[in-house]
Design a protein around this ligand. Structure first.
Ligand SMILES: Nc1ncnc2c1ncn2[C@@H]1O[C@H](COP(=O)(O)OP(=O)(O)OP(=O)(O)O)[C@@H](O)[C@H]1O
Ligand SMILES: [Mg+2]
Length: 491
């Protein structure tokens, strides 16, 4: 059932109940009063006729000709008043004269018999049943009861005024119902319009989630409803924006990763080919170096081509070691991972760089946190990586020297090897590329040192990061996942 219909029924119900209640009381009183008046009026009419009847009735019965004479009198009475019947009975109760326009029989009965007092309910019952009001007056002759005159008011006369009252009440009720409905329609429109607006907006919000806002109506309840809708709309829009942001980020990351994977794939192919070349070239260079060494040994010391041959040997050596370095980076060597402490590996790397550091006036320090967990590591690979970092630091501080502080410590489930130098630092632009293969700022550099460091860290499931600002030294941090401490075997 719609709200509109409910409101209509409510208004109609209230109007009908209130009007009916008032009308019923008024009606009841009117019926009672009207019937009392009719009783009295009937009695008075019968009384007036009783004096004429007294001439024709005796204690022993009616005189001859009484019937015709009294019928004429009663006829005049019936014409003058709204009566269904009028009749006269003698002392024995026999009907002497009867006038009945409705052709209803006149009821015989002793003159002493009068209508008993009526209850209020009987007065109302008469509204439904077609029953008139019978009243009368005794006929007295010389003080003696000789008969009675009876009159019967028509039913229409009894209920007429009550019916008129009922009709007018119904009219009044109808008027109020129409007025009430008009008022209810106005009221309903005031409520329904904002509610309809919220419904439409909710549909639109379900389609678009655009954070639409509705104007707040004046009524408190509707204001609360619209306020709740506005808050919900805002939240939905925020969520949608957040989701779109996340989707955009994810799409960007997928795109970047796809590009990285494709690049890595291409590089791996190129790396494979290059490694093959490097291997072959390395072999040839070693052969050239061997023959050059033999020729150099056999040439007399003062031979004019000896310095040229020495240059050939030196450059061949340089090219061969470059090839070797490249092969370390490019060759997919099987890593030999075993659980072990990092301390000896790091110590060895720092010791190896020691002579070069001393020569370049670099003071090295090594600080190791006690009780460090072990790491699953390929010692050779990591030693190479740590050595590259130390060599870079020493080289960066030339000429003039400086300090290289190496630390090993545990941090959030990882073992961290940190290399801090007091060199010139790295320019922001170079910082983005230092881990890329072949990026170098050195005349004789290969640009593979840091690429090997990153490869070694990632092979161990770790990371390498750099912090540096020009003029403030450089800091490299290799972070390797620590092994979980071994659980004690249950005996
Ligand atoms: N400690 C550092 N201080 C300043 N710059 C550094 C440092 N370490 C690396 N770099 C910069 O990063 C570049 C790349 O270093 P990487 O070790 O990969 O190659 P390289 O040292 O140039 O060559 P190679 O290692 O083959 O001798 C260096 O050329 C240098 O410019
Ligand atoms: Mg290097």
């Amino acid at each position: 059932m719609s709200l509109r219909l409910k409101l209509f029924l409510l208004m109609a119900g209230i109007t009908v109940f209130s009007t009916t209640g008032v009308t019923a009381v008024a009606l009841w009183r009117e019926v009672q009063r009207g019937q009392e008046l009719l009783y009295r009026e009937g009695a008075a009419m019968a009384q007036a006729t009783a004096s004429s009847a007294a001439r024709w009735l005796r204690p022993d019965g009616a005189q001859p000709g009484a019937g015709e004479a009294l019928t004429a009198v009663l006829g005049r009475l019936v014409e003058a008043a709204p009566l269904d019947r009028a009749w006269v009975v003698d002392r024995a109760g026999k009907v002497v004269a009867c006038v009945s326009p409705t052709h209803e029989d006149c009821t015989p009965g002793p003159p002493t018999e009068f209508a008993p007092a009526e209850s209020p309910v009987q007065a109302l019952k008469r509204l439904i049943e077609p029953e008139g009001i019978v009243t009368g007056a005794p006929v007295l002759r010389e003080g003696e009861l000789v008969g009675a005159v009876r009159v019967d008011f028509s039913h229409e006369e009894v209920v007429g005024s009550a019916r008129r009252l009922a009709w007018s009440s119904a009219l009044v009720a109808g008027f109020w119902i129409v007025l009430g409905q008009a008022f209810a329609a106005l009221l309903f429109a005031g409520i329904a319009r904002p509610v309809q607006r919220v419904i439409d907006a909710a549909h639109a919000l379900g389609r678009e989630e655009d954070g639409r806002q509705l104007a707040l109506p004046a009524d408190q309840e509707l204001r609360d409803l619209v306020g709740a809708f506005n808050a919900m709309s805002t939240r939905l829009k925020e969520r949608r924006d957040e989701n779109q942001r996340l989707i955009a980020t994810l799409e960007k990351r997928v795109e970047d990763k796809t590009r990285d994977v494709l690049r890595a794939d291409r590089l791996a192919t190129l790396g494979g080919i290059a490694a093959g070349f490097a291997h072959e070239l390395g072999n040839s260079l070693n052969v050239i170096r061997g023959y050059t060494a033999v020729v150099l040994r056999e040439l007399p010391a003062e031979h004019p081509n000896k310095p040229d041959l020495e240059a050939v040997k030196r450059e061949t050596h340089r090219a061969a070691s470059l090839m070797e370095r490249f092969l370390v980076f490019a060759r997919s060597r099987t890593t030999l991972v075993t659980p072990q402490p990092l301390e000896p590996v790091l110590r060895e790397a720092v010791e190896v760089v020691g002579p070069a550091a001393a020569q370049g006036h670099v003071r090295t320090s090594l600080e190791i946190e006690p009780g460090l967990p072990e790491v699953s590591a390929d010692a050779e690979l990591l030693r190479q990586a740590f050595l590259n970092l130390c060599v870079n630091a020493v080289q960066a501080m030339q000429p003039g020297g400086g300090t290289l502080a190496v630390r090993l410590f545990a941090d959030r489930g990882a073992v961290v090897a940190e290399f801090r130098d007091s060199g010139p630092g790295i320019a922001a632009e170079a910082l983005k590329h230092v881990f890329e293969p072949f990026f170098t700022t050195k005349a004789n550099g290969t640009g593979l040192g840091l690429a090997i460091v990153r490869q070694a860290a990632e092979t161990h499931g770790g990371t390498v990061e750099v912090e540096s600002r020009p003029g403030q030294g450089a800091l490299f941090r290799v972070r390797l996942p620590a092994r979980a401490p071994a659980t004690e075997a249950i005996a």
